[in-house]
Write a protein that binds this ligand. Structure first.
Ligand code: AMP
Ligand code: MG
Length: 349
Protein backbone atom coordinates (compact mmCIF):
# COMPACT_ATOMS: atom_id res chain seq x y z
CA UNK A 1 0.00 0.00 0.00
CA UNK A 2 1.27 3.47 -0.84
CA UNK A 3 1.05 5.94 2.03
CA UNK A 4 0.16 9.52 1.17
CA UNK A 5 1.65 12.16 3.49
CA UNK A 6 -0.50 15.31 3.37
CA UNK A 7 0.60 18.55 5.03
CA UNK A 8 -2.24 20.39 6.68
CA UNK A 9 -2.19 23.83 8.26
CA UNK A 10 -4.17 23.85 11.51
CA UNK A 11 -5.06 27.52 11.24
CA UNK A 12 -6.25 27.27 7.60
CA UNK A 13 -7.57 23.75 7.29
CA UNK A 14 -7.87 22.50 3.72
CA UNK A 15 -11.36 20.99 3.79
CA UNK A 16 -10.76 18.90 0.67
CA UNK A 17 -7.86 17.06 2.27
CA UNK A 18 -9.84 16.40 5.46
CA UNK A 19 -12.79 15.20 3.37
CA UNK A 20 -10.54 12.72 1.54
CA UNK A 21 -9.20 11.46 4.86
CA UNK A 22 -12.73 11.18 6.27
CA UNK A 23 -13.85 9.22 3.19
CA UNK A 24 -11.10 6.67 3.93
CA UNK A 25 -12.31 6.35 7.53
CA UNK A 26 -15.99 6.07 6.55
CA UNK A 27 -15.00 3.26 4.17
CA UNK A 28 -13.34 1.34 7.01
CA UNK A 29 -9.73 2.42 6.34
CA UNK A 30 -7.02 3.97 8.53
CA UNK A 31 -5.73 7.56 8.68
CA UNK A 32 -3.04 8.93 11.02
CA UNK A 33 -3.78 12.44 12.26
CA UNK A 34 -2.41 15.02 14.69
CA UNK A 35 -3.92 15.57 18.12
CA UNK A 36 -2.65 17.89 20.85
CA UNK A 37 -1.16 14.92 22.78
CA UNK A 38 0.49 12.63 20.19
CA UNK A 39 -0.37 11.49 16.63
CA UNK A 40 -3.30 9.06 16.49
CA UNK A 41 -4.02 6.15 14.16
CA UNK A 42 -7.72 6.50 13.39
CA UNK A 43 -10.51 4.22 12.23
CA UNK A 44 -14.32 4.23 12.44
CA UNK A 45 -14.91 3.23 16.08
CA UNK A 46 -18.36 1.81 15.32
CA UNK A 47 -16.99 -0.54 12.64
CA UNK A 48 -15.54 -3.76 14.09
CA UNK A 49 -13.46 -4.56 11.00
CA UNK A 50 -12.02 -1.06 10.87
CA UNK A 51 -10.94 -1.28 14.51
CA UNK A 52 -9.37 -4.67 13.83
CA UNK A 53 -7.21 -3.01 11.14
CA UNK A 54 -5.70 -0.72 13.78
CA UNK A 55 -4.49 -3.71 15.81
CA UNK A 56 -3.01 -5.28 12.67
CA UNK A 57 -1.21 -2.10 11.53
CA UNK A 58 0.31 -1.49 14.98
CA UNK A 59 0.94 -5.10 15.95
CA UNK A 60 -1.09 -4.24 19.05
CA UNK A 61 -2.23 -7.00 21.44
CA UNK A 62 -5.99 -7.49 20.89
CA UNK A 63 -6.80 -7.11 24.61
CA UNK A 64 -5.53 -3.52 24.66
CA UNK A 65 -8.60 -1.28 24.16
CA UNK A 66 -8.70 1.82 21.92
CA UNK A 67 -9.76 5.33 22.91
CA UNK A 68 -12.84 6.61 21.07
CA UNK A 69 -12.44 10.23 19.93
CA UNK A 70 -15.51 12.45 19.61
CA UNK A 71 -16.17 16.08 18.68
CA UNK A 72 -19.49 16.60 20.45
CA UNK A 73 -20.35 15.74 24.08
CA UNK A 74 -23.77 14.37 23.08
CA UNK A 75 -21.98 11.65 21.07
CA UNK A 76 -20.58 10.25 24.32
CA UNK A 77 -24.11 9.82 25.68
CA UNK A 78 -24.98 7.77 22.58
CA UNK A 79 -22.34 5.11 23.29
CA UNK A 80 -22.50 5.08 27.11
CA UNK A 81 -24.71 2.69 29.10
CA UNK A 82 -25.27 5.57 31.53
CA UNK A 83 -23.54 8.90 32.15
CA UNK A 84 -21.94 9.46 35.57
CA UNK A 85 -22.44 13.04 36.82
CA UNK A 86 -18.69 13.48 36.92
CA UNK A 87 -18.48 13.09 33.13
CA UNK A 88 -20.36 16.33 32.46
CA UNK A 89 -18.35 18.23 35.07
CA UNK A 90 -15.02 17.01 33.73
CA UNK A 91 -16.04 17.64 30.13
CA UNK A 92 -17.02 21.23 31.02
CA UNK A 93 -13.66 21.72 32.70
CA UNK A 94 -11.26 19.92 30.36
CA UNK A 95 -12.86 19.14 26.96
CA UNK A 96 -11.80 19.54 24.33
CA UNK A 97 -8.44 18.53 25.78
CA UNK A 98 -6.03 15.83 26.99
CA UNK A 99 -8.43 13.90 29.26
CA UNK A 100 -9.89 10.45 28.52
CA UNK A 101 -12.90 9.22 30.53
CA UNK A 102 -13.93 5.59 30.94
CA UNK A 103 -17.63 4.75 31.25
CA UNK A 104 -19.75 1.63 30.66
CA UNK A 105 -20.32 1.19 26.94
CA UNK A 106 -23.57 0.19 25.26
CA UNK A 107 -23.87 -2.23 22.33
CA UNK A 108 -23.28 0.41 19.66
CA UNK A 109 -19.58 0.06 20.49
CA UNK A 110 -18.09 -3.13 19.06
CA UNK A 111 -15.96 -5.30 21.35
CA UNK A 112 -13.16 -5.05 18.77
CA UNK A 113 -12.87 -1.37 19.71
CA UNK A 114 -12.89 -1.95 23.47
CA UNK A 115 -10.51 -4.90 23.45
CA UNK A 116 -13.36 -7.12 24.65
CA UNK A 117 -14.25 -4.91 27.63
CA UNK A 118 -17.74 -3.66 28.54
CA UNK A 119 -16.33 -0.23 29.29
CA UNK A 120 -15.31 2.40 26.74
CA UNK A 121 -12.67 5.13 26.88
CA UNK A 122 -13.76 8.46 25.36
CA UNK A 123 -11.89 11.68 24.63
CA UNK A 124 -12.61 14.95 22.84
CA UNK A 125 -9.27 16.23 21.49
CA UNK A 126 -8.67 19.96 21.06
CA UNK A 127 -6.60 19.83 17.87
CA UNK A 128 -8.64 21.54 15.11
CA UNK A 129 -7.60 18.98 12.47
CA UNK A 130 -8.64 16.09 14.72
CA UNK A 131 -12.03 17.70 15.46
CA UNK A 132 -12.72 18.38 11.79
CA UNK A 133 -11.74 14.83 10.81
CA UNK A 134 -13.97 13.33 13.53
CA UNK A 135 -16.97 15.42 12.43
CA UNK A 136 -16.55 14.54 8.77
CA UNK A 137 -15.98 10.84 9.54
CA UNK A 138 -19.29 10.27 11.32
CA UNK A 139 -18.47 11.30 14.89
CA UNK A 140 -16.49 8.38 16.33
CA UNK A 141 -12.82 7.73 15.62
CA UNK A 142 -11.03 4.95 17.52
CA UNK A 143 -7.41 5.99 17.76
CA UNK A 144 -4.43 4.74 19.72
CA UNK A 145 -1.06 6.40 19.28
CA UNK A 146 0.16 5.97 15.68
CA UNK A 147 3.34 4.04 16.50
CA UNK A 148 4.20 0.39 16.05
CA UNK A 149 3.31 -1.32 19.33
CA UNK A 150 6.20 -0.99 21.78
CA UNK A 151 7.87 2.02 20.12
CA UNK A 152 7.74 5.57 21.51
CA UNK A 153 4.54 7.47 20.58
CA UNK A 154 4.85 9.78 17.55
CA UNK A 155 5.07 13.52 18.17
CA UNK A 156 5.87 14.37 14.52
CA UNK A 157 4.32 13.08 11.27
CA UNK A 158 7.80 11.81 10.33
CA UNK A 159 7.66 9.44 13.32
CA UNK A 160 4.33 8.09 12.07
CA UNK A 161 5.85 7.57 8.62
CA UNK A 162 8.80 5.66 10.14
CA UNK A 163 6.38 3.15 11.67
CA UNK A 164 3.37 3.17 9.32
CA UNK A 165 4.74 3.79 5.81
CA UNK A 166 3.22 1.20 3.48
CA UNK A 167 0.70 0.06 6.11
CA UNK A 168 -1.93 2.82 5.92
CA UNK A 169 -3.28 4.95 3.04
CA UNK A 170 -2.86 8.43 4.56
CA UNK A 171 -1.01 10.49 7.16
CA UNK A 172 -2.16 14.06 7.91
CA UNK A 173 0.92 16.11 8.80
CA UNK A 174 -0.04 18.93 11.17
CA UNK A 175 3.52 19.56 12.36
CA UNK A 176 4.83 18.95 15.89
CA UNK A 177 2.23 18.18 18.58
CA UNK A 178 1.73 20.57 21.50
CA UNK A 179 1.86 18.31 24.58
CA UNK A 180 3.89 15.27 23.58
CA UNK A 181 2.61 12.66 26.06
CA UNK A 182 -0.67 10.75 25.94
CA UNK A 183 -3.91 11.88 27.61
CA UNK A 184 -4.71 11.42 31.29
CA UNK A 185 -7.13 8.48 31.65
CA UNK A 186 -9.74 8.55 34.44
CA UNK A 187 -12.05 5.62 35.12
CA UNK A 188 -15.56 6.76 36.10
CA UNK A 189 -17.08 3.30 36.43
CA UNK A 190 -16.16 2.80 40.11
CA UNK A 191 -17.53 4.63 43.15
CA UNK A 192 -14.36 6.67 43.47
CA UNK A 193 -12.96 7.80 40.09
CA UNK A 194 -9.46 6.46 39.46
CA UNK A 195 -6.65 7.77 37.29
CA UNK A 196 -5.36 4.84 35.22
CA UNK A 197 -2.75 6.84 33.31
CA UNK A 198 -1.21 10.16 34.42
CA UNK A 199 -0.99 12.95 31.86
CA UNK A 200 -1.13 16.68 31.37
CA UNK A 201 -4.36 16.90 33.43
CA UNK A 202 -3.11 16.13 36.95
CA UNK A 203 -4.78 14.40 39.90
CA UNK A 204 -5.11 17.78 41.65
CA UNK A 205 -6.82 19.34 38.66
CA UNK A 206 -9.37 16.48 38.63
CA UNK A 207 -9.92 16.70 42.40
CA UNK A 208 -10.72 20.41 42.12
CA UNK A 209 -13.63 19.57 39.81
CA UNK A 210 -15.07 16.31 41.18
CA UNK A 211 -13.69 15.91 44.69
CA UNK A 212 -12.35 12.48 45.57
CA UNK A 213 -10.13 10.84 42.90
CA UNK A 214 -7.58 8.06 43.39
CA UNK A 215 -4.41 7.16 41.52
CA UNK A 216 -4.11 3.55 40.35
CA UNK A 217 -1.28 2.20 42.55
CA UNK A 218 -0.04 0.18 39.58
CA UNK A 219 1.10 3.23 37.63
CA UNK A 220 3.10 4.99 40.30
CA UNK A 221 4.83 1.86 41.59
CA UNK A 222 8.51 1.93 40.70
CA UNK A 223 8.61 -1.87 40.72
CA UNK A 224 7.38 -3.84 37.73
CA UNK A 225 5.26 -6.20 39.84
CA UNK A 226 2.29 -4.03 40.93
CA UNK A 227 -0.13 -4.38 38.01
CA UNK A 228 -1.86 -1.34 36.50
CA UNK A 229 -5.62 -1.49 35.79
CA UNK A 230 -5.57 -0.15 32.21
CA UNK A 231 -4.69 -3.13 30.00
CA UNK A 232 -2.31 -1.04 27.89
CA UNK A 233 -0.27 0.14 30.85
CA UNK A 234 1.08 -3.34 31.58
CA UNK A 235 3.05 -3.58 28.36
CA UNK A 236 6.62 -2.37 28.07
CA UNK A 237 5.45 0.63 26.12
CA UNK A 238 7.27 3.67 24.91
CA UNK A 239 10.49 1.76 24.72
CA UNK A 240 13.60 2.74 22.81
CA UNK A 241 15.68 -0.11 21.38
CA UNK A 242 18.58 0.70 23.69
CA UNK A 243 18.77 -0.40 27.30
CA UNK A 244 17.74 2.57 29.43
CA UNK A 245 18.63 3.46 33.02
CA UNK A 246 17.30 6.42 35.04
CA UNK A 247 19.42 8.10 37.67
CA UNK A 248 17.54 9.98 40.38
CA UNK A 249 18.86 12.17 43.17
CA UNK A 250 20.61 15.42 43.86
CA UNK A 251 21.96 17.05 40.67
CA UNK A 252 25.64 16.93 41.57
CA UNK A 253 25.50 13.20 42.37
CA UNK A 254 23.38 12.39 39.33
CA UNK A 255 25.90 13.99 36.96
CA UNK A 256 28.79 12.21 38.66
CA UNK A 257 27.05 8.83 38.55
CA UNK A 258 26.03 9.14 34.91
CA UNK A 259 29.56 10.17 33.92
CA UNK A 260 30.95 7.10 35.72
CA UNK A 261 28.37 4.74 34.18
CA UNK A 262 28.99 6.23 30.73
CA UNK A 263 32.74 5.70 31.09
CA UNK A 264 32.31 2.05 32.05
CA UNK A 265 29.89 1.45 29.18
CA UNK A 266 32.16 3.14 26.63
CA UNK A 267 35.16 1.23 27.94
CA UNK A 268 33.30 -1.98 27.23
CA UNK A 269 32.65 -0.83 23.66
CA UNK A 270 29.07 0.42 24.02
CA UNK A 271 27.62 3.48 22.34
CA UNK A 272 26.13 5.72 25.03
CA UNK A 273 23.29 8.27 24.95
CA UNK A 274 22.66 10.71 27.79
CA UNK A 275 19.44 12.63 28.46
CA UNK A 276 20.49 15.84 30.22
CA UNK A 277 18.94 19.25 30.84
CA UNK A 278 20.01 22.70 29.65
CA UNK A 279 21.57 23.16 33.10
CA UNK A 280 23.69 19.98 33.04
CA UNK A 281 24.47 19.21 29.38
CA UNK A 282 27.94 20.80 29.43
CA UNK A 283 28.95 18.66 32.39
CA UNK A 284 28.88 15.32 30.64
CA UNK A 285 32.27 14.44 29.23
CA UNK A 286 31.32 11.55 26.98
CA UNK A 287 28.50 9.84 25.11
CA UNK A 288 25.94 11.51 22.86
CA UNK A 289 24.44 14.14 25.13
CA UNK A 290 21.06 15.70 24.37
CA UNK A 291 19.18 18.22 26.46
CA UNK A 292 15.49 17.61 27.00
CA UNK A 293 15.00 21.30 27.92
CA UNK A 294 15.35 23.53 30.95
CA UNK A 295 14.57 21.69 34.20
CA UNK A 296 11.91 24.27 35.13
CA UNK A 297 10.12 23.88 31.80
CA UNK A 298 8.00 20.76 32.33
CA UNK A 299 6.04 21.34 29.14
CA UNK A 300 9.25 21.25 27.09
CA UNK A 301 10.40 18.06 28.83
CA UNK A 302 7.10 16.33 27.97
CA UNK A 303 7.17 17.63 24.39
CA UNK A 304 10.73 16.46 23.66
CA UNK A 305 10.79 13.08 25.42
CA UNK A 306 9.57 10.70 22.68
CA UNK A 307 11.48 12.48 19.91
CA UNK A 308 14.72 12.06 21.86
CA UNK A 309 14.07 8.35 22.44
CA UNK A 310 13.45 7.88 18.71
CA UNK A 311 16.59 9.81 17.79
CA UNK A 312 18.71 7.58 20.01
CA UNK A 313 17.21 4.59 18.18
CA UNK A 314 18.30 6.09 14.88
CA UNK A 315 21.81 6.72 16.15
CA UNK A 316 21.97 3.09 17.31
CA UNK A 317 23.01 3.78 20.87
CA UNK A 318 23.29 0.67 23.07
CA UNK A 319 22.52 2.26 26.40
CA UNK A 320 20.76 5.47 27.48
CA UNK A 321 21.39 7.11 30.87
CA UNK A 322 18.75 9.67 31.78
CA UNK A 323 18.33 12.19 34.52
CA UNK A 324 15.02 11.92 36.33
CA UNK A 325 12.25 14.54 36.14
CA UNK A 326 9.84 14.33 39.05
CA UNK A 327 8.71 17.90 38.40
CA UNK A 328 5.75 19.40 40.31
CA UNK A 329 2.86 19.29 37.82
CA UNK A 330 3.26 16.81 34.97
CA UNK A 331 6.35 15.21 36.48
CA UNK A 332 4.34 12.15 37.48
CA UNK A 333 3.24 11.61 33.88
CA UNK A 334 6.77 12.17 32.58
CA UNK A 335 8.26 9.74 35.13
CA UNK A 336 5.57 7.16 34.36
CA UNK A 337 6.62 7.18 30.67
CA UNK A 338 10.34 7.23 31.48
CA UNK A 339 10.07 4.33 33.94
CA UNK A 340 8.25 2.27 31.34
CA UNK A 341 10.82 3.15 28.68
CA UNK A 342 13.52 2.07 31.12
CA UNK A 343 11.76 -1.16 32.04
CA UNK A 344 11.78 0.20 35.63
CA UNK A 345 15.58 0.38 35.86
CA UNK A 346 16.24 3.28 38.20
CA UNK A 347 19.26 4.06 40.37
CA UNK A 348 18.81 6.43 43.32
CA UNK A 349 21.98 8.26 44.35
P1 AMP B 1 -3.13 4.65 23.45
O1 AMP B 1 -4.31 4.90 22.59
O2 AMP B 1 -1.95 4.10 22.76
O3 AMP B 1 -2.83 5.89 24.24
O4 AMP B 1 -3.62 3.55 24.47
C1 AMP B 1 -4.89 3.64 25.06
C2 AMP B 1 -4.80 3.38 26.54
O5 AMP B 1 -6.12 3.47 27.08
C3 AMP B 1 -4.28 1.99 26.87
O6 AMP B 1 -3.40 2.07 27.97
C4 AMP B 1 -5.56 1.26 27.25
O7 AMP B 1 -5.31 0.19 28.11
C5 AMP B 1 -6.40 2.35 27.89
N1 AMP B 1 -7.84 2.05 27.78
C6 AMP B 1 -8.62 2.21 26.70
N2 AMP B 1 -9.87 1.79 26.94
C7 AMP B 1 -9.89 1.35 28.22
C8 AMP B 1 -10.89 0.75 29.05
N3 AMP B 1 -12.12 0.55 28.60
N4 AMP B 1 -10.54 0.39 30.31
C9 AMP B 1 -9.29 0.60 30.76
N5 AMP B 1 -8.29 1.15 30.01
C10 AMP B 1 -8.59 1.50 28.76
MG1 MG C 1 0.11 4.04 22.64
Amino acid sequence: MKTELKKIDSSHIDEDIVERAAAIIRAGGLVAFPTETVYGLGADALNAEASARIYAAKGRPSDNPLIVHIADFADMERIAEYMPAAARLLADAFWPGPLTMIVRGNDRIPRETTGGMDTVAVRMPSHPVALELIRKSGGYIAAPSANTSGRPSPTLAEHVAEDMDGRIPMILDGGPVGIGIESTIVDLTEKVPMVLRPGYITLDMLKKIIGEVEMDPGIIATDSVTRPKAPGMKYKHYAPRADMILVDGEEEKVVKTINALAKDAEDSGKKVGIIATDETRERYGRGEVVSIGARQDEDAIARHLYRILREFDERNVDVIYSESFATPRIGQAIMNRLLKAAGHQIITV
